[in-house]
Design a protein around this ligand. Structure first.
Ligand SMILES: [Zn+2]
Length: 143
């Protein structure tokens, strides 16, 4: 049985994301220092994550930074078995949503526990990491 002809490309595809961070660089600077911060609207008090330079509730553009701390609670998670091309070197991984004190939720990779052993409600800690290219990122790990 011969394979049907396709238009599938076999060329490698490199994706580059240039995301402007001029208004939210404080998040990345803080993450490098081991602190997990986000924005709080100075007008209505809405706390956003990821950090936002414009409030989604009142459209205000004045904000200040608040420290979310390191402790969070696992809300839900999923194991990614079919890995996107940009993460092909990583193998399968688990993505989690966790809630910080005050109700702010964040999404990050969950490490240090298998998807079979993860349980909603378990206590997590957010940890700052640095990629080989020097860029910071964060993960959740069990406490
Ligand atoms: Zn607001």
């Amino acid at each position: 049985m011969s394979e049907a002809p396709t238009l599938r490309s076999r060329r490698p595809l490199t994706l580059r994301f240039d995301i402007p961070i001029s208004k939210t660089h404080e998040f990345w600077d803080s993450l490098r220092a081991g602190r997990f911060v986000t924005t709080k609207c100075s007008k209505c008090g809405n706390v956003s994550f990821p950090p936002q330079s414009d409030c989604s509730r009142c459209m205000g553009s004045e904000f200040h930074w608040v420290d979310l701390g390191q402790d969070a609670t696992l809300v839900t998670y999923t194991q990614v078995l079919t890995v996107p091309a940009s993460f092909s070197a990583e193998g399968s991984y688990t993505v989690a949503i966790a809630e910080f004190r005050g109700g702010v939720k964040a999404l990050a990779w969950l490490e240090g526990v298998t998807a079979e052993d993860a349980t909603p409600g378990m206590k997590l800690r957010v940890e700052a990491r640095t990629r080989s290219d020097g860029s910071p990122y964060y993960v959740f790990v069990p406490v």
